[in-house]
Design a protein around this ligand. Structure first.
Ligand SMILES: Cc1ncc(COP(=O)(O)O)c(C=O)c1O
Length: 387
């Protein structure tokens, strides 16, 4: 649990990301927070109340990272997991058999797979809805609804959920509002002040930012949920390792610089794609014609670096994915390098074809994670790829 009166609070985001929660290691003064590569800790005596006893439960490097991410999200407590999906698992572990969840019909394919292949087997009930449609969310709520779960913007269709409006619904029915904030990070969007109860991240993406580790986060803003989440992390044994925690701490130091550059490049790339004759439609929350452009402007401070688009000719898919000199065809997103992804066979392969096609994940949909290279180089490569 973090102290919201801590000296780091009130600083601007660009400073907060550089200094983290404690600023340096309180024990040694080390400015690069040390990697406490230990599994266990000397216990000073019988019945002593020590914070660190065993690294599955608590580790100082992980604790500094968790407090940093909680602080950036304006939450009360953060939890760092071995991957984004481990964080998703921990959040659904708050539920029990017979509970109902209203969930976005457009989510990361791995989260969808977890719902369908794991949680439904444990008697948790799910209703998929379009999170851009407030009335659809309202009518999906049932007496046993315990959670509303969404991404905003969604992966990969870039739909935007009005977080404040949905939090009214969740508060009225006593359900947790869970927002996966992977695409925008707390640099551009803070769901907790908008009314969310729980924030999830794939830390693998923009927070780590360098394609070098997997990680996940849960941030909560309530003591009782924090206590339960701590128990889940310790009991599932899915906490992030010390070295990976350090990689995340290091990545977060440049989050502000990177997010600004991702966005600056994405705005240019979206404009280029929009005018390209081989492109049919561009999905980018920063385009004024995006149906939720005003909602984005209201609840975020930036549009991020994620773009999806459809091409007109399905026969060109391979050339578009693999025809670049610099842009690489790969899963994942949010790192320094521009990556191009084919949701149908990669990130969203677990979703049945009829559902995929209904929500727009067709054989002509391509997702782009715009990196921090020079925008002219990205556009030159895309020109070559699109032919
Ligand atoms: C929005 C979103 N949430 C969660 C995840 C899962 O994260 P990880 O791959 O770190 O397990 C992903 C992965 O792509 C994602 O895009």
């Amino acid at each position: 649990m973090i102290d919201k009166n801590h000296k780091q609070f009130g600083r601007k985001m660009d400073s907060a990301v550089v200094h983290g929660y404690q600023g340096c290691d309180p024990l040694t003064g080390a400015i690069s927070f040390p990697i406490y590569q230990t599994s266990t800790y000397k216990n000073p005596g019988l019945n002593s109340n020590i914070k660190f006893s065993y690294s599955r439960c608590d580790n100082p490097t992980r604790a500094e990272l968790e407090d940093t991410v909680a602080m950036l999200e304006n939450g009360l407590a953060g939890f760092a997991f071995a991957s984004g999906l481990a964080a998703v698992t921990a959040v659904f572990s708050l539920l029990k058999s017979g509970d109902h969840v209203v969930v976005s019909d457009d989510i990361y394919g791995g989260s969808y797979r977890q719902i369908e292949e794991l949680w439904k087997n444990f008697g948790v009930e799910f209703t998929y809805v379009d999170v851009g449609d407030i009335d659809a969310i309202k009518t999906s709520v049932k007496p046993n609804t315990k959670m509303i779960y969404l991404e905003s913007p969604t992966n990969p269709m870039m739909k935007v959920a009005d977080i404040a409006a949905i939090s009214e619904i969740s508060k009225n029915c006593g359900a947790y509002l869970v927002v996966d904030n992977t695409f925008l990070t707390p640099y551009f969007q803070k769901p907790i002040p908008l009314g969310a109860d729980i924030v999830i991240h794939s830390g693998t993406k923009f927070l780590a930012g360098h394609h070098d580790t997997t990680a996940g986060f849960v941030v909560v803003n309530d003591e009782a949920i924090a206590a339960r989440m701590g128990l889940i992390l310790r009991t599932e044994g899915s906490g992030l390792a010390p070295f990976d925690s350090w990689l995340l701490l290091r990545g977060i130091k440049t989050l502000a610089l990177r997010m600004k550059k991702h966005e600056e490049n994405a705005v240019k790339v979206a404009a280029f794609l929009k005018d390209h004759p081989a492109v049919e439609k561009v999905y980018f929350v920063g385009l004024p014609e995006h149906p939720s452009y005003e909602v984005s402007k209201k609840q975020t401070t930036g549009f991020g670096g994620m773009i999806s688009f459809t091409i007109k000719d399905v026969n060109k898919v391979e050339q578009v994915l693999c025809g670049g000199d610099m842009i690489m065809f790969a899963e994942s997103l949010g790192g320094t390098a521009t990556l191009i992804t084919y949701p149908q066979t990669q990130t969203h392969a677990s979703i049945p074809a009829d559902i995929r096609n209904r929500i727009g994940i067709t054989d002509r949909l391509i997702r782009l994670s715009v990196g921090i290279e020079d925008a002219e180089d990205i556009i030159a490569d895309l020109k070559k790829m699109l032919g």
